[in-house]
Design a protein around this ligand. Structure first.
Ligand code: C5P
Length: 228
C-alpha cells in the first residue's frame, strides 16, 4: 500500500509548504484540477525538486473523444508524472487509443480509469448510470483491465471485488479515506485506513484529514506506521 496525499490547498505556497513538511517520506503527491490549472508544470517541477523521490499522480480525469484524450495523454507523459487518470465512461476505444499512443514512451505513466466518484450516493449514481455503484464499478474495471489500463479509481468498498474480477495486480486507488474516522466532508463512501488495507487498496488517497490537521507530518507518520 502506498500513501497518496492530495495537494488541494488554496494556494501554491501552501501546497509547497505541505510538500516540504512531508519531504522525508517518499510518498505519492496528487496534483488535481485546482493546483494544476493554477500552477501548471512548474509546480510539478518544484515538487520533484523538494524530493526527487516524490511520485506524482496527475488527477485530471480526462474525458473527451479518443483522439483528443490520446493527445492529452501524450502531453501528460511528457510532463514526467508517474500516474494519471481518465474516466472509464469515455469508453473502450478511448482507453485503447490512449494506451496505444503511450506505448512508444519508455517510462510511460501508469494509467487509471475513474469508475464511480466516491462523492456519489446510491440514488444520485443510479440517476446517471442506471446501475448500482458496485455493479458499474466492476464492469468499468473489467473494461479497463481488458483494454490495458493499469488500474482504477474506486471506493474502498469495491476494491477487493474489482481485484477478484480482474487480477490482484490490477491497481486500485481509493479516495474517501478517513484514516482514523475523521470528518467525511462531501465524501459519501468513506473508509478507515485499516479497512482499506483489508480490502487490498493499493493507493489510499488522503487530502483533508492530512492538510487540515494541525500537525500534517505527524498524521502522515501515524498513517505510514499503520500501513508499514
Ligand atoms: O480531502 P479528501 O481526502 O476527501 O480528498 C480526496 C481527493 O481525491 C480530492 O482531491 C478529490 O478530488 C479526489 N478524488 C475523489 N474521488 C474520486 C477521484 C478523486 O475524491 N473518485
Amino acid at each position: 500500500m502506498q500513501l497518496c496525499v492530495a495537494l488541494d490547498l488554496p494556494s501554491k505556497r501552501e501546497n509547497l509548504k505541505l510538500a516540504k513538511e512531508l519531504k522525508a517520506h517518499d510518498i505519492w503527491m496528487k496534483v488535481g484540477f485546482r493546483a494544476y490549472i493554477r500552477d501548471g508544470k512548474p509546480f510539478i517541477d518544484e515538487l520533484k525538486k523538494i524530493n526527487p523521490n516524490f511520485k506524482i499522480f496527475l488527477d485530471l480525469k480526462l474525458y473527451d473523444i479518443p483522439n483528443t484524450m490520446a493527445d492529452a495523454a501524450e502531453e501528460i507523459a511528457k510532463l514526467g508524472v508517474d500516474m494519471f487518470n481518465i474516466h472509464a465512461s469515455a469508453g473502450e476505444v478511448a482507453m485503447r487509443t490512449v494506451m496505444e499512443r503511450l506505448s512508444t514512451y519508455e517510462n510511460r505513466p501508469l494509467v487509471l480509469a475513474v469508475t464511480a466518484l466516491t462523492s456519489f450516493d446510491k440514488k444520485n449514481f443510479s440517476l446517471i448510470y442506471e446501475k448500482s455503484i458496485n455493479e458499474k464499478a466492476e464492469q468499468f474495471a473489467k473494461m479497463s483491465y481488458e483494454n490495458g489500463l493499469d488500474g482504477v479509481v474506486c471506493s474502498t468498498f469495491e476494491s477487493q471485488a474489482i481485484k477478484d474480477g480482474t487480477s490482484n495486480e490490477f491497481l486500485t486507488l481509493c479516495p474517501g479515506i478517513r484514516p482514523f474516522g475523521e470528518d467525511a466532508g462531501d465524501q459519501q463512501r468513506v473508509a478507515t485506513i485499516e479497512l482499506a488495507q483489508k480490502e487490498g487498496v493499493d493507493f489510499p488517497v488522503i487530502g483533508r484529514p492530512i492538510y487540515k490537521d494541525e500537525n500534517p507530518l505527524q498524521k502522515v507518520k501515524d498513517i505510514l506506521t499503520l500501513i508499514a
